[in-house]
Design a protein around this ligand. Structure first.
Ligand SMILES: [Zn+2]
Ligand SMILES: [Zn+2]
Ligand SMILES: [Zn+2]
Length: 227
Protein backbone atom coordinates (compact mmCIF):
# COMPACT_ATOMS: atom_id res chain seq x y z
CA UNK A 1 0.00 0.00 0.00
CA UNK A 2 2.71 2.43 1.08
CA UNK A 3 4.81 1.48 -1.95
CA UNK A 4 1.84 1.95 -4.21
CA UNK A 5 1.15 5.44 -2.82
CA UNK A 6 4.81 6.38 -3.08
CA UNK A 7 4.89 5.14 -6.64
CA UNK A 8 1.71 7.02 -7.51
CA UNK A 9 2.99 10.14 -5.77
CA UNK A 10 6.30 9.83 -7.59
CA UNK A 11 4.43 9.41 -10.85
CA UNK A 12 2.36 12.54 -10.24
CA UNK A 13 5.49 14.43 -9.25
CA UNK A 14 7.22 13.47 -12.46
CA UNK A 15 4.21 14.29 -14.65
CA UNK A 16 3.26 17.56 -12.94
CA UNK A 17 5.15 19.95 -15.23
CA UNK A 18 3.60 18.37 -18.34
CA UNK A 19 0.13 18.28 -16.78
CA UNK A 20 0.43 21.91 -15.69
CA UNK A 21 1.39 22.94 -19.18
CA UNK A 22 -1.59 21.10 -20.63
CA UNK A 23 -4.15 22.40 -18.12
CA UNK A 24 -3.33 26.12 -18.08
CA UNK A 25 -4.66 27.81 -21.22
CA UNK A 26 -2.08 30.19 -22.61
CA UNK A 27 -3.30 33.44 -24.16
CA UNK A 28 -3.55 32.98 -27.90
CA UNK A 29 -0.77 34.59 -29.87
CA UNK A 30 -2.52 33.76 -33.12
CA UNK A 31 -4.39 36.17 -35.32
CA UNK A 32 -7.99 34.97 -35.56
CA UNK A 33 -8.13 35.98 -39.22
CA UNK A 34 -4.93 34.72 -40.86
CA UNK A 35 -3.85 32.33 -38.06
CA UNK A 36 -0.41 33.93 -38.27
CA UNK A 37 1.62 34.24 -35.08
CA UNK A 38 2.03 37.82 -33.91
CA UNK A 39 3.39 37.56 -30.36
CA UNK A 40 4.03 41.29 -30.01
CA UNK A 41 1.21 42.98 -31.85
CA UNK A 42 -2.25 41.49 -31.54
CA UNK A 43 -5.04 44.05 -31.49
CA UNK A 44 -8.43 43.52 -29.88
CA UNK A 45 -11.14 44.74 -32.26
CA UNK A 46 -14.86 44.37 -32.72
CA UNK A 47 -15.33 43.33 -36.32
CA UNK A 48 -18.83 42.66 -37.74
CA UNK A 49 -20.20 42.50 -34.20
CA UNK A 50 -17.62 39.94 -33.01
CA UNK A 51 -14.68 40.60 -30.67
CA UNK A 52 -11.50 39.33 -32.32
CA UNK A 53 -7.76 39.43 -31.82
CA UNK A 54 -6.08 40.43 -35.06
CA UNK A 55 -2.54 41.01 -36.25
CA UNK A 56 -1.64 44.47 -37.54
CA UNK A 57 -1.86 43.44 -41.20
CA UNK A 58 -5.36 41.98 -40.73
CA UNK A 59 -6.63 45.00 -38.75
CA UNK A 60 -5.67 47.17 -41.72
CA UNK A 61 -6.92 44.72 -44.35
CA UNK A 62 -10.32 44.32 -42.64
CA UNK A 63 -10.90 48.08 -42.20
CA UNK A 64 -10.18 49.39 -45.71
CA UNK A 65 -12.42 52.45 -45.40
CA UNK A 66 -10.86 53.62 -42.11
CA UNK A 67 -7.47 54.81 -43.38
CA UNK A 68 -5.47 55.84 -46.40
CA UNK A 69 -3.61 52.71 -47.58
CA UNK A 70 -0.71 54.81 -48.82
CA UNK A 71 0.09 57.28 -46.01
CA UNK A 72 -1.75 55.34 -43.24
CA UNK A 73 -3.70 58.38 -42.05
CA UNK A 74 -6.57 57.24 -39.82
CA UNK A 75 -9.85 58.87 -40.84
CA UNK A 76 -11.48 58.67 -37.36
CA UNK A 77 -14.96 58.40 -38.85
CA UNK A 78 -14.57 61.31 -41.26
CA UNK A 79 -12.96 60.31 -44.58
CA UNK A 80 -11.49 63.00 -46.83
CA UNK A 81 -13.84 65.24 -48.78
CA UNK A 82 -15.06 63.52 -52.01
CA UNK A 83 -13.05 66.01 -54.04
CA UNK A 84 -9.89 64.97 -52.22
CA UNK A 85 -10.26 61.22 -52.21
CA UNK A 86 -10.39 58.28 -54.56
CA UNK A 87 -12.14 54.98 -53.94
CA UNK A 88 -10.78 51.59 -54.89
CA UNK A 89 -12.74 50.15 -57.81
CA UNK A 90 -12.66 46.69 -56.23
CA UNK A 91 -13.27 47.24 -52.48
CA UNK A 92 -14.33 50.03 -50.13
CA UNK A 93 -10.80 51.33 -49.54
CA UNK A 94 -10.47 55.11 -49.73
CA UNK A 95 -7.18 56.89 -50.41
CA UNK A 96 -6.20 60.55 -50.54
CA UNK A 97 -6.18 61.71 -54.15
CA UNK A 98 -2.66 63.01 -53.74
CA UNK A 99 -1.53 59.64 -52.29
CA UNK A 100 -3.21 57.57 -55.03
CA UNK A 101 -1.35 59.45 -57.75
CA UNK A 102 -2.73 59.98 -61.24
CA UNK A 103 -5.98 58.02 -61.42
CA UNK A 104 -7.74 60.13 -64.05
CA UNK A 105 -7.06 57.69 -66.87
CA UNK A 106 -7.18 54.41 -64.96
CA UNK A 107 -9.44 53.16 -62.22
CA UNK A 108 -7.76 53.13 -58.85
CA UNK A 109 -6.94 49.84 -57.10
CA UNK A 110 -5.77 49.85 -53.49
CA UNK A 111 -2.49 47.98 -52.76
CA UNK A 112 -4.09 44.67 -51.59
CA UNK A 113 -6.50 44.65 -54.55
CA UNK A 114 -3.61 45.36 -56.90
CA UNK A 115 -1.47 42.56 -55.48
CA UNK A 116 -3.12 39.72 -53.55
CA UNK A 117 0.18 38.91 -51.79
CA UNK A 118 0.53 42.49 -50.51
CA UNK A 119 0.82 42.91 -46.75
CA UNK A 120 0.32 46.17 -44.86
CA UNK A 121 2.71 44.96 -42.19
CA UNK A 122 5.54 42.84 -43.66
CA UNK A 123 7.42 42.39 -40.41
CA UNK A 124 10.76 40.62 -40.82
CA UNK A 125 13.12 39.66 -38.00
CA UNK A 126 10.94 41.71 -35.63
CA UNK A 127 12.53 44.89 -37.00
CA UNK A 128 10.25 47.91 -37.33
CA UNK A 129 11.20 50.76 -39.59
CA UNK A 130 9.42 54.10 -39.82
CA UNK A 131 6.85 52.89 -42.37
CA UNK A 132 5.93 49.84 -40.28
CA UNK A 133 5.73 52.01 -37.16
CA UNK A 134 3.24 54.31 -38.96
CA UNK A 135 1.19 51.28 -40.09
CA UNK A 136 1.25 49.88 -36.54
CA UNK A 137 0.11 53.23 -35.14
CA UNK A 138 -2.74 53.36 -37.68
CA UNK A 139 -3.86 49.80 -36.79
CA UNK A 140 -3.73 50.69 -33.08
CA UNK A 141 -5.94 53.75 -33.70
CA UNK A 142 -8.42 51.60 -35.65
CA UNK A 143 -8.47 49.02 -32.83
CA UNK A 144 -8.90 51.72 -30.19
CA UNK A 145 -11.78 53.31 -32.10
CA UNK A 146 -13.34 49.90 -32.67
CA UNK A 147 -13.21 49.02 -28.97
CA UNK A 148 -14.60 52.46 -28.11
CA UNK A 149 -17.59 51.66 -30.32
CA UNK A 150 -17.82 48.20 -28.68
CA UNK A 151 -18.11 49.89 -25.28
CA UNK A 152 -20.87 52.16 -26.62
CA UNK A 153 -22.71 49.13 -28.02
CA UNK A 154 -22.30 47.27 -24.70
CA UNK A 155 -23.72 50.26 -22.78
CA UNK A 156 -26.67 50.51 -25.18
CA UNK A 157 -27.30 46.77 -24.82
CA UNK A 158 -27.12 46.98 -20.99
CA UNK A 159 -29.51 49.97 -21.06
CA UNK A 160 -31.94 48.06 -23.29
CA UNK A 161 -31.89 45.07 -20.92
CA UNK A 162 -32.55 47.32 -17.90
CA UNK A 163 -35.55 48.85 -19.69
CA UNK A 164 -36.82 45.38 -20.69
CA UNK A 165 -36.48 44.19 -17.08
CA UNK A 166 -38.43 47.24 -15.84
CA UNK A 167 -41.17 46.55 -18.41
CA UNK A 168 -41.29 42.87 -17.39
CA UNK A 169 -41.64 43.90 -13.72
CA UNK A 170 -44.46 46.31 -14.65
CA UNK A 171 -46.28 43.58 -16.59
CA UNK A 172 -45.81 41.08 -13.76
CA UNK A 173 -47.25 43.63 -11.32
CA UNK A 174 -50.24 44.29 -13.59
CA UNK A 175 -50.81 40.54 -13.92
CA UNK A 176 -50.70 40.13 -10.13
CA UNK A 177 -53.14 43.01 -9.64
CA UNK A 178 -55.46 41.45 -12.22
CA UNK A 179 -55.21 38.12 -10.45
CA UNK A 180 -56.05 39.72 -7.11
CA UNK A 181 -59.17 41.32 -8.63
CA UNK A 182 -60.26 38.03 -10.20
CA UNK A 183 -59.64 36.10 -6.99
CA UNK A 184 -61.65 38.60 -4.95
CA UNK A 185 -64.51 38.54 -7.49
CA UNK A 186 -64.54 34.76 -7.48
CA UNK A 187 -64.55 34.68 -3.71
CA UNK A 188 -67.44 37.15 -3.50
CA UNK A 189 -69.35 35.19 -6.13
CA UNK A 190 -68.92 31.96 -4.19
CA UNK A 191 -70.03 33.59 -0.95
CA UNK A 192 -73.17 35.01 -2.59
CA UNK A 193 -74.20 31.97 -4.57
CA UNK A 194 -76.48 29.76 -2.58
CA UNK A 195 -75.56 26.32 -3.74
CA UNK A 196 -75.18 22.99 -2.11
CA UNK A 197 -71.75 22.21 -0.64
CA UNK A 198 -71.08 19.68 -3.43
CA UNK A 199 -71.46 22.45 -6.07
CA UNK A 200 -69.08 24.73 -4.17
CA UNK A 201 -66.49 22.00 -4.28
CA UNK A 202 -66.89 21.77 -8.04
CA UNK A 203 -66.32 25.51 -8.47
CA UNK A 204 -63.21 25.59 -6.27
CA UNK A 205 -59.90 25.33 -8.00
CA UNK A 206 -58.37 25.00 -4.53
CA UNK A 207 -59.90 25.02 -1.13
CA UNK A 208 -61.13 28.28 0.37
CA UNK A 209 -58.10 28.71 2.63
CA UNK A 210 -55.88 28.42 -0.43
CA UNK A 211 -57.65 31.40 -2.04
CA UNK A 212 -57.21 33.49 1.08
CA UNK A 213 -53.55 32.52 1.28
CA UNK A 214 -53.05 33.31 -2.41
CA UNK A 215 -54.61 36.76 -2.10
CA UNK A 216 -52.52 37.51 0.99
CA UNK A 217 -49.38 36.31 -0.77
CA UNK A 218 -50.06 38.45 -3.84
CA UNK A 219 -50.88 41.48 -1.75
CA UNK A 220 -47.67 40.98 0.24
CA UNK A 221 -45.72 40.77 -3.03
CA UNK A 222 -47.24 44.01 -4.27
CA UNK A 223 -46.49 45.78 -1.00
CA UNK A 224 -42.88 44.60 -1.20
CA UNK A 225 -42.66 45.77 -4.84
CA UNK A 226 -43.93 49.19 -3.75
CA UNK A 227 -41.21 49.35 -1.07
ZN1 LIG B 1 -3.70 38.29 -39.29
ZN1 LIG C 1 -2.89 59.31 -47.84
ZN1 LIG D 1 -9.24 47.63 -52.88
Amino acid sequence: MATSLTTRKGGIGMNLPTATKLNIPLPSKQCSNCSGHAPSFLHQVRHLGILRRLCTACVLRLHPSSFCPVCFAFYAGSPPHPSKRVACSNCCSIAHSHCAGDTLLTSYLCPPCKDSSFSFFPLRDNKIDKKLAIALLCASKIASSSMGKAVTVAWAEADRKVREAALARKRAREALEHLVVLTRKEKVRKENVNVVPAKIEELDMEDGDGDVDLVRHIEDSLVKADD
